[in-house]
Ligand binder design. Structure first.
Ligand code: GP9
Length: 412
């Protein structure tokens, strides 16, 4: 298992010789994990209205990854957090946040703190949900701002509307007055069942009005306007030009009535497209002064998020046990899904049944098009996906990162 990480480190180290490495050393990092926010709404309109006008504009000023996949399983939002912050796969059953919160992980907050960062996490809900109180303490955050730290002055859905959540979060960061900071913010307003108060339903969804898809589009439109406000709050606080801002969706929206998608797209959806729509969430990075804009088509996943942060901040990954590779690096790597499927951008493998047998359908991908191809083309990739998942499970279930750290310490 440790040899696997030694091999992975070779791939991870490639970023150290690439031009972006350390270009944003010492900048603040603000990460926005958006609840159930899927890629298919980005850049789309309904009637004459853009669903996500603020994100669309910001994406044009950012590095955007349209082929970014969520890799979550039963632990849903907590899996997204584990994948992005700690660069490990979710468990086959349950949530690592609940089952293994006492284990050692190399998560982003503990890494950046070694470089002098103040690390906080912000989520306007009960701190015990997904066992966050315990897990965040273990992840070494300096503070977890939860429901108790927010005034519920905009009641939406489960708790506080994202608009007010962002305003109060920026106030919290201002009040801390620590520089540089690393902050993870987890939104909630677009949580299932997506029912917004009537006064917040600003989109005209036509025939989808009154359906779960119509409600979902309304809620993503609301989140988008909250993001527009977040940008203004950051500018007003004088933080905009000193902050790397990252956005990603945590998981799919659990709307599986495909007739509603077909109604929305105005076209039939094939089986492979269904798989891809469910797994794709947006990911983009806004860099200070709108630097380095563009669309990066490569296939990347949530597990690659913390290595990407390290790439920009110039923090080497030696002695750390992370499974991802920077999305900004040229190093080749595929995206592995918990069901044993994977994609490397050229092929996309959908396992059949429970994924244990290794059989399934192999598709060759050409931009938006996908065609069934010879299963041999996916055999090596599927085998390697299985290995990655086994390694991750073995590490988490046996607290192996703690053992690795002890061994490394003894070897010094
Ligand atoms: C609750 C929130 C929702 O705190 O993060 O989690 P989910 O139900 O989407 O996993």
């Amino acid at each position: 298992t440790k040899e696997w990480f030694a091999d992975r480190l070779k791939l991870q180290k490639q970023m150290e010789n690439e031009p972006l490495f350390g270009q944003y050393k010492g900048k603040n990092v603000l990460i926005v994990q958006m609840e159930a926010f899927q890629e298919f709404v980005i850049g789309r309109s309904i009637g004459e209205e853009e669903i996500t006008p603020n994100l669309n504009k910001l994406i044009g000023q950012s590095v955007y990854f349209p082929n970014f996949y969520h890799q979550t399983a039963q632990g849903r939002t907590s899996d997204a957090d584990l994948l992005t912050s700690c660069s490990m796969h979710p468990l086959p059953t349950g949530s690592a946040f609940i089952r293994f919160a006492a284990n050692e992980f190399d998560c982003a907050p503990s890494i950046v703190k070694g470089d002098g960062y103040d690390a906080t996490v912000h989520h306007a809900y009960d701190g015990s949900f997904w066992n966050r109180n315990n897990m965040y303490r273990n992840m070494d955050y300096d503070q977890f701002y939860n429901i108790k730290d927010y005034t519920i002055d905009e009641p939406i859905g489960w708790s506080l509307g994202d608009e007010s959540f962002f305003r109060q979060t920026v106030e919290q960061l201002k009040e801390r007055n620590k520089s540089p900071f690393y902050a993870l913010t987890i939104t909630l307003s677009s949580h299932h069942p997506y029912k917004l108060p009537y006064s917040n339903q600003e989109l005209h969804v036509g025939e989808l009005q009154g359906t779960i898809m119509g409600d979902y589009l309304q809620s993503t439109h609301y989140v988008d306007s909250a993001v527009g406000s977040l940008i203004e709050y950051l500018k007003d606080a004088g933080l905009w030009e000193d902050t790397i801002l990252m956005f990603y969706g945590d998981h799919d929206n659990s709307v599986y009535d495909w007739t509603l998608y077909e109604q929305f797209f105005g076209a039939p959806v094939s089986d492979i497209d269904k798989d891809r729509i469910v797994r794709k969430v947006p990911f983009f990075i806004h860099l200070p002064n709108d630097e380095h804009t563009g669309v990066v088509e490569k296939a990347v996943g949530q597990i690659d998020t913390t290595p990407t942060v390290m790439h920009l901040l110039g923090i080497p990954m030696d002695g750390r046990y992370l499974m991802g590779v920077s999305m900004l690096s040229e190093a080749p790597k595929s995206v592995v899904f918990r069901n044993g499927g994977y994609t490397d951008g050229k092929f996309y493998f959908v396992p059949s049944g429970n994924g244990i047998t290794g059989s399934g359908t192999c598709y060759s991908i050409n931009g938006g098009d996908a065609a069934v191809t010879d299963s041999a083309s996916c055999a090596a990739g599927a085998e390697s996906a299985k290995q990655d998942l086994n390694i991750s499970d073995r590490v988490i279930e046996n607290d192996l990162i703690s053992t690795f750290h002890d061994e490394d310490e003894n070897e010094k």
